[in-house]
Design a protein around this ligand. Structure first.
Ligand SMILES: [Zn+2]
Ligand SMILES: [Zn+2]
Length: 172
C-alpha cells in the first residue's frame, strides 16, 4: 500500500465485465478557499474506500466514500470550527457511450483519485462553514460573540431621525 495515491490505474486491476473490487486507499486533499477563508482538510492523508465495477467494454462504475474534517474559522463567529463530513460520490466511465457517461476523472483507464476526492468534498461542504449548526454569530453592533453572552444581549436602539421629526410636528 503506497503512502497515498493521487491517480489509480483501473486497467491494472484486469477486471472482467461484471467483476468488482473494493479498495482502501489514501488521498491527500488540498486546503479549501471558501468565502475568503482558508480551510485545511484533515486528516492530511484521507483514507478512502473505492468500489470499482467493470461494466462492458472499457467501462467502469465507481463509488468513492470517505470522511474528512475541515479546519478553519466559523463563518459567523470566527472561532475555530472543525465540521466533519461523510462524502459519497459516484462516477461512470463508459468510453464511446455519449457525453454524460464520460467521467471527467477517468482518462485512458486512469482515475484521478485526488481530483475526484477534492471535488466530491467541495460538493458536500455547505456554503457556510459553522462551528455548530445554531451558531449565534457576532453582534452586528458591538462585535461580541453572542455564543458566549446568553440570549439577553441587546443595545439601546438608535432613535430613528424620522420619528424625531414626527414628534416635533406632533407637539407644535
Ligand atoms: Zn460560530
Ligand atoms: Zn452587541
Amino acid at each position: 500500500m503506497p503512502l497515498h495515491t493521487d491517480t489509480f490505474d483501473l486497467g491494472g486491476l484486469r477486471l472482467s465485465a461484471g467483476e468488482g473490487r473494493r479498495l482502501e486507499s489514501n488521498v491527500g486533499i488540498d486546503r479549501f478557499e471558501l468565502g475568503g477563508e482558508s480551510y485545511a482538510v484533515e486528516p492530511e492523508v484521507v483514507p478512502v474506500a473505492l468500489d470499482i465495477s467493470r461494466t462492458t467494454g472499457a467501462g467502469y462504475a465507481l463509488r468513492l466514500s470517505f470522511q474528512a474534517t475541515l479546519n478553519g474559522p466559523c463563518m459567523r463567529c470566527l472561532s475555530p470550527a472543525a465540521p466533519s463530513f461523510s462524502v459519497v460520490a459516484r462516477e461512470v466511465s463508459q468510453p464511446g457511450e455519449g457525453e454524460e457517461l464520460q467521467s471527467p476523472y477517468v482518462r485512458d483507464g486512469v482515475l484521478d483519485l485526488r481530483g475526484w476526492a477534492r471535488d466530491a468534498l467541495a460538493l458536500t461542504v455547505p456554503a457556510q462553514v459553522l462551528c455548530r449548526a445554531d451558531c449565534a454569530g457576532l453582534c452586528p453592533v458591538c462585535g461580541v460573540d453572542l455564543n458566549l453572552g446568553g440570549d439577553d444581549h441587546a443595545h439601546e436602539r438608535e432613535p430613528d431621525p424620522r420619528w424625531a421629526k414626527l414628534a416635533e410636528l406632533h407637539f407644535e
